[in-house]
Ligand binder design. Structure first.
Ligand code: MIC
Ligand code: SF4
Length: 642
């Protein structure tokens, strides 16, 4: 029987389990990446493992998120990261070198390899045929130590592309269409594989836009074959020796195929506040725009910025719009400076922000109150921009430029003729922003600033759990709701006691006080709980506040793994309608829960307040049960668990 792309890569890396959808498997990880906002925790955890050196083929530590240095915290963290990298055999991508996913794609990713990253957009690497997955920092720390990555074997959905994109219709519109079809939970437990004649006309950066935003489907990853286009990209990057062909077999099996005719697509836009709230741009009428942001790991390639430049040429940003541009990498930044494309952008009145995540994670450029912001980014969750009541739309760079020039959400086809751009045949390759680890690691002293607090360690799980429901949420709660980011909170990522003060900050400002008063408790949620980022702080900080159990209709993959890693019991309603039988403030009891989990028997939650029993389920492997019982993966590993 033939294999699809994911099966090919997984079978070559399989350490444990059977490649049957839903089965628990473990895969060997070739490469890891971290970024600074999740990296500090990940390296503290790696240090706690007590190893001398990473055991991967390649591990890279990027600094791209916490770039504003309005206090000592971020700068201290950068120093910590640089010294840890140097000591433990990790490459260090300096602040200013670019966004992790863009730089990794350009300089270090290799088709056919596995990549685990402490960032949910790690699947960007699928654009060159990597099996690239996002995970919590602790899973990445374990992988750096040579440990396998555990996951459920995903089923593979094929997106079969035919036809050719029309002018002003872009790769961003392809992924927005997939999001419209599948929704933000449509990819959970799945790998999305792209194929069909339509992919032949898609370059690697275009493919990477698609695999990047596949994270918003909740997918385990998204992947393209490695073909002649991949080869051309690797050649441009002077890395042809890293290229290998990778294609699925003709008789490969797929759980489902979705066919999209590219020639019928039109410019699309995701409305506030969800990436799957997708409509045609032309259907959005009379929406005045205050801010436009072009960049992020989704749309900041050289081609994206050259198109942006060509569309801006000789024109001015509307006087009532603030427009920012963040080039994805130093390489892209240098190239647009070299070829003059940057000049049109500056002349148009756009604001050039350094090559980093920037406005995407609210690290500066928060929009004005109630502002409409149109962004070429991948997420528009409430408050993520840094302004609670901002209305964020997601679209292609072309649609962003149309909004920046006209001051309204405008179909970019109204801008006239699609400009022809000539991408350079050669680009300057300069890896001086990626520092190699020390050759004398014993001499490297780790630099720890005062903001770096020790890792909190959980207690083993008590035999019976009894506590109050601290919060009841609706569907699709994101990790941005649970543990907000932004310029004020992100600098606390290496200090759990401090960042814990902001758990559910914008959703329920009293949550933390309540959790402290009650000495911890439970959370009840709806569908797809914990979608979005890989930030383990969304589990770690609630753990610090005493959260012991989360009961939902369903979970997002990475958050579920993070809850387990920190010893918080994830349960789901056997009957989703029972969600209505629990209210915030109810007292719940799970008698003898620890032992029951180990036997695999059915589990009942007693609602003591309402005097009813509720049937719940748990899909934990026996290893995961042991991890939860131990109070988390660190305790489990220290206790000799593998
Ligand atoms: C994001 O886009 O939400 C982030 C910030 O990159 C996160 C990681 C983090 O919270 O540090 C992600 O996508 O995993
Ligand atoms: Fe950075 Fe935004 Fe990409 Fe996250 S989604 S890695 S914050 S650019």
């Amino acid at each position: 029987m033939g294999m699809n792309l994911a099966e090919k890569i997984i079978s070559a890396h399989l350490v444990k389990g059977k490649m049957e959808p839903g089965e628990d498997i473990a895969v060997k990880i070739d490469q890891t990446l971290t970024q600074d906002a999740t990296g500090t925790m990940s390296y503290l955890q790696f240090e706690a493992l007590g190893l001398k050196k990473v055991r991967t083929e390649l591990s890279v530590s990027y600094v791209d998120h916490n770039m504003l240095q309005s206090g000592f915290e971020n700068a201290d963290d950068h120093k910590y990261l640089q010294s840890v990298a140097s000591k433990y055999g990790i490459y260090f991508s300096r602040p200013g070198n670019g966004i992790c996913h863009q730089v990794h794609l350009e300089r270090l990713g290799v088709p056919g390899k596995t990549l685990l990253g402490s960032d949910s957009h790690t699947p960007t690497g699928g654009g060159i045929g990597m099996m690239a997955m996002g995970a919590g920092g602790l899973d990445v720390a374990v992988a750096m130590g040579g440990g396998a990555f555990y996951l459920k074997m995903p089923e593979v959905v094929r997106v079969y592309l035919i036809g050719k994109l029309k002018p002003f219709v872009t790769a961003k519109d392809i992924i927005l269409e997939v999001l419209r079809i599948l929704s933000v939970k449509g990819g959970v437990g799945r790998v999305i594989e792209y194929g069909g004649p339509g992919i032949k006309l898609l370059s690697v950066p275009q493919r990477a836009t698609i695999t990047n935003m596949g994270a918003e489907l909740g997918a385990t990853t998204s992947i393209f074959p490695s073909d002649d286009n991949t080869k051309a990209f690797m050649k441009l990057q002077k890395r042809i020796k890293d290229w290998t062909a990778l294609e699925s077999d003709d008789d490969a099996r797929y759980a489902k195929t979705i066919k999209i005719d590219l020639s019928r697509l039109e410019p699309l836009i995701a409305r506030p506040h969800s990436p799957d709230s997708v409509v045609k741009v032309k259907a959005v009428k009379k929406v005045k725009v205050d801010q436009v942001c072009i960049g992020s790991c989704t749309n900041s390639s050289l081609a994206d910025l050259m198109i942006t430049s060509a569309l801006f040429k000789g024109k001015k940003v509307h006087p009532e719009v603030s427009c920012t541009i963040t080039p994805g990498s130093k390489q892209v930044f240098e190239a647009i400076a070299d070829n003059g494309a940057l000049t049109n952008i500056i002349a148009a009145g756009a604001r050039i922000v350094e090559s980093a995540c920037g406005p995407c994670i609210g690290m500066g450029q928060a929009p004005s109150s109630g502002a409409v912001s149109v962004r070429s980014f991948n997420r528009n969750f409430p408050g993520r921009s840094g302004t609670k009541d901002a209305q964020v739309y997601l679209a292609s760079p072309e649609t962003c430029v149309a909004a920046a020039l006209t001051g309204y959400i405008t179909d970019p086809r109204k801008l006239g003729k699609y400009p022809r751009i000539r991408l350079p045949e050669k680009i300057r390759i300069d890896d001086s922003g990626i520092l190699a680890p020390s050759r004398t690691p014993a001499k490297v002293k780790i630099q720890r600033g005062p903001n770096i607090a020790p890792l909190p360690i959980n207690d083993p799980m008590p035999s019976t759990l009894e506590a109050e429901v601290l919060l009841k949420t609706g569907d699709n709660i994101t990790t941005d709701h649970i543990m907000p980011a932004g310029a004020k909170i992100l600098p606390l990522r290496s200090n759990i006691p401090k960042i814990a003060e902001y758990v559910y900050y914008y959703v329920d400002p009293d949550f933390v006080t309540r959790a402290k008063e009650k000495g911890g408790g439970f959370i009840v949620g709806g569908e797809n709980y914990g979608q979005g980022s890989s930030r383990e702080h969304a589990a770690l900080a609630p753990m610090y506040l005493g959260l012991k159990m989360v009961l939902t209709k369903s979970f997002a993959r990475i958050h579920l793994a993070n809850l387990i890693n920190f010893g918080i019991l994830p349960l789901t309603f056997a009957n989703p309608d029972d969600y209505d039988k629990i209210d915030q403030g109810d007292r719940l009891k799970l008698p003898m829960v620890a032992d029951i989990l180990s036997t695999g028997a059915d589990l009942t939650v007693k609602n003591l307040t309402k005097e009813i029993d509720i049937q719940v389920t748990y899909s934990l492997t026996s290893r995961e049960v042991q991890i939860v019982r131990a109070g988390g993966l660190l305790n489990y590993t220290r206790g000799g668990g593998k």
